[in-house]
Design a protein around this ligand. Structure first.
Ligand SMILES: [Zn+2]
Length: 375
C-alpha cells in the first residue's frame, strides 16, 4: 500500500512520462512490481503508453519501442470488458467510451455529442430541470396547457378556434400564468417519473426538433443489473449483457437522430420545428418509441430469435406499445395526428412480418394495432 503522498507523486510522475524504475527511485518505493500493479488497477498511463494503447486498440501493434514494455502496456491496453465494468463502477465510463467507439465508430457522434454514464440519474435530472426552465415559455408548453384547459368552464361560451384563442390569451395573461406554470411542472414531473424505470435516456432538444442539435445520451446503472419483467403473469429475469446495452444504445441513437433531423415518416410526412406543436404528445411518443424499438430489433434479431437480448427487446417493445396504444385509444386526435398514427401503425404491421416473435409478444401484452380513425 502506498501513502497518500506517494499516490499523488505516482500520478504526477506517470503523467510526466517517468518509468516505473525511475518513479520507484524518486518516491522510495522498494517494490516496483507493487507500483506496476497499482498503475494497472488505476489505469495510470504515461502519455506514450496512452499513445501505444490507442495504437493497440486501433490495431497497429508492434513497433520496436513498444515491444520493450509490451507486457504492461498490453495489460493497460486490454479493452475494458462488460464484466470488468459490471464489477467495477469506476470503469464504466471508460467501458462505454470503448464500446461506443467499437460498435458505432464515428457515426456515434453524428447526432450525439456525449455518452455519459450517469449512475444515479442526477445529471439527467439536472438537464431535464434546466431544459424545463429554458423552454417553459415555448409554444410546446403553451399547446399542452391549452389542451389541458380547453374544456374549462371559463371558456364555455366559445367554440373551435375562437376558444383556443381565448385559452391562449388567458394563459399569457398575468392571471393565467400560474396555470401555465402548473402545466410546465406537470410535464417536468412526468418526465422525471418516466425516468424511474429507464436504463438509458437521451436528453435531446425535443423542443428544437429538427434543428440539427445533438443530444446528450445518458446510460444508467440499471444496464449492469438484472432487469425483471412480467410476461403473462410470470416474472422473467433478464441478465445484463453487452448485447443488451448495444440494443439500448441503438434505441437511444434513434431518438437522437429524430431530434436532430426531425421525425420523418413515409409519404413526405415530417414533423420538424415548423410544425412540431401540431403533434400530440401521445402520438409523438408512439412514433418515436416504435421507431427506436424497431431499430434495436434490427440488431437483436441477428442474435437469434431465442436470444435473451432479443426476447428482452420484444418484451419491452410490446409492454411500451400496449401502454401508448391505450392512451391513443382514449385521445381525441385531429386529422393530422390520426394520419401520423395511421402511417406508423402501417409500419408496425409490416414489422410484424419481419421480426419473428413480435406478433406473439404483441398478443401477450394486448397490442392490437387496430387504431382506426374516420377521416
Ligand atoms: Zn425510447
Amino acid at each position: 500500500m502506498f501513502t497518500r503522498q506517494q499516490r499523488k507523486g505516482i500520478e504526477k510522475l506517470v503523467e510526466d512520462g517517468f518509468n516505473d524504475a525511475e518513479i520507484s527511485k524518486r518516491l522510495g518505493i522498494d517494490n516496483p512490481q507493487e507500483l506496476s500493479a497499482y498503475r494497472k488497477s488505476k489505469r495510470l498511463m504515461t502519455p506514450s503508453e496512452r499513445k501505444a494503447r490507442r495504437n493497440i486498440i486501433g490495431g497497429v501493434v508492434g513497433t520496436g519501442a513498444l515491444l520493450a514494455t509490451r507486457g504492461l502496456i498490453y495489460e493497460l491496453a486490454r479493452p475494458v470488458t462488460f464484466e470488468d465494468a459490471r464489477r467495477n463502477p469506476e470503469l464504466r465510463q471508460e467501458y462505454i467510451n470503448q464500446l461506443v467507439e467499437r460498435e458505432f465508430g464515428k457515426t456515434a457522434f453524428q447526432y450525439v455529442h456525449q455518452f455519459v454514464y450517469d449512475y444515479d440519474k442526477s445529471l439527467t435530472v439536472r438537464t431535464i430541470n434546466d431544459e424545463t426552465i429554458k423552454y417553459s415559455q415555448e409554444q410546446l408548453f403553451l399547446e399542452n396547457a391549452i389542451d389541458a384547459y380547453i374544456n374549462h368552464p371559463l371558456f364555455k361560451d366559445y367554440n373551435g378556434k375562437e376558444r383556443r384563442k381565448k385559452v391562449l390569451e388567458f394563459l399569457q395573461s398575468p392571471s393565467g400564468r400560474p396555470t401555465l406554470q402548473n402545466t410546465v411542472e406537470f410535464i417536468r414531473q412526468g418526465r422525471l417519473r418516466n425516468l424511474e424505470v429507464k436504463l438509458a435516456g437521451s436528453v435531446g432538444y425535443m423542443y428544437d426538433l429538427g434543428l440539427k442539435k445533438k443530444s446528450k445520451l445518458f446510460i444508467y446503472d440499471g444496464v449492469f443489473k438484472p432487469s425483471y419483467r412480467n410476461v403473462s403473469g410470470t416474472e422473467r429475469i433478464f441478465e445484463p449483457t453487452e448485447e443488451n446495452l448495444i440494443a439500448i444504445l441503438k434505441h437511444e441513437l434513434s431518438h437522437a437522430e429524430d431530434y436532430y433531423r426531425g421525425l420523418h415518416l413515409q409519404n413526405g410526412f415530417a414533423v420538424t420545428h415548423d410544425n412540431f406543436t401540431k403533434i400530440k404528445n401521445d402520438v409523438s411518443f408512439y412514433i418515436y418509441e416504435s421507431k427506436a424499438y424497431l431499430r434495436a430489433l434490427e440488431f437483436t434479431r441477428a442474435l437469434g430469435v431465442d436470444h435473451p437480448t432479443h426476447q428482452f427487446a420484444l418484451t419491452d417493445f410490446a409492454a411500451n406499445m400496449a401502454r401508448v396504444e391505450k392512451d391513443l385509444r382514449s385521445a381525441k386526435l385531429d386529422t393530422y395526428n390520426q394520419t401520423l398514427v395511421g402511417i406508423q401503425q402501417g409500419n408496425l404491421k409490416e414489422a410484424i412480418k419481419n421480426y419473428p416473435g413480435l406478433a406473439d409478444m404483441f398478443k401477450v401484452f394486448g397490442v392490437r394495432l387496430d387504431l382506426t380513425y374516420k377521416n
